[in-house]
Design a protein around this ligand. Structure first.
Ligand SMILES: [Zn+2]
Length: 202
């Protein structure tokens, strides 16, 4: 797979936004604070070796409510992806993750699907940054010494994986088929599907 040096950790952002179709609607009613301060965006992005992905987001400038999700333009089989990552070369591997996907890093932490979950196009580094952030919150808020110590050890483990000193397995499961790890290294298995969820903005 081709590396994309311009692509920063994380999300398909401004760097390639120039090629994408973007539509923005401002001043919609926020479902949380009921002010007309919600911005809706819809963007189309071509993900190499995967296809066209639609990215939706809702952001409220008043109460800071934010929700994002993705949907594939073409239907994909519900699938489970697993990959062993070890170092810098793997950090730029593209990941498409919908709000219905579960990301598991065994013996470290999971990103759970559901209402509070967002969908995004990112890369392995972006996934690890999110996992790190979850663990940092535990480290900074947990009062139990053992839990804080465990969190610190997990952060070290992730940092070692990022620098190639340790291998880390990442599993991505999505019964809607809207997610993928885009690499020859990823092992793909079909999984039982469910009715495709409608997009979050209607
Ligand atoms: Zn609001």
């Amino acid at each position: 797979m081709k590396n994309e040096p311009g692509q920063k950790p994380g999300d398909a952002g401004s760097s390639d936004a120039g090629n994408d179709k973007l539509s923005v609607v401002m001043g919609e009613l926020c479902p949380v604070c009921s002010q007309k301060s919600l911005a809706l965006t819809e963007r189309e992005q071509e993900v190499p070796y995967f296809g066209k992905v639609l990215l939706f987001s809702m952001s409220c400038s008043n109460c800071k409510f934010h929700k994002a999700d993705i949907e594939c333009a073409e239907e994909h089989e519900p699938a489970s992806y697993s990959i062993e990552v070890s170092g810098a070369d793997d950090m730029s591997i593209r990941v498409v993750k919908s709000s219905q996907a579960t990301v598991k890093v065994p013996y470290v932490a999971d990103i759970e699907p559901g209402e509070a979950s967002n969908g995004y196009v990112t890369n392995i580094e972006g996934i690890l940054q999110r996992i790190k952030h979850q663990i940092e919150v535990i480290r900074d808020t947990e009062e139990d010494d053992a839990a804080v110590k465990k969190a610190k050890n997990l952060l070290k483990k992730i940092n070692r994986a990022v620098s190639g000193e340790e291998k880390l397995k990442i599993i991505l499961e999505d019964p809607t088929g809207n997610s993928a790890i885009i690499s020859d290294k990823a092992i793909v298995q079909k999984m039982a599907g469910k009715i495709k969820d409608k997009k979050i903005l209607s």
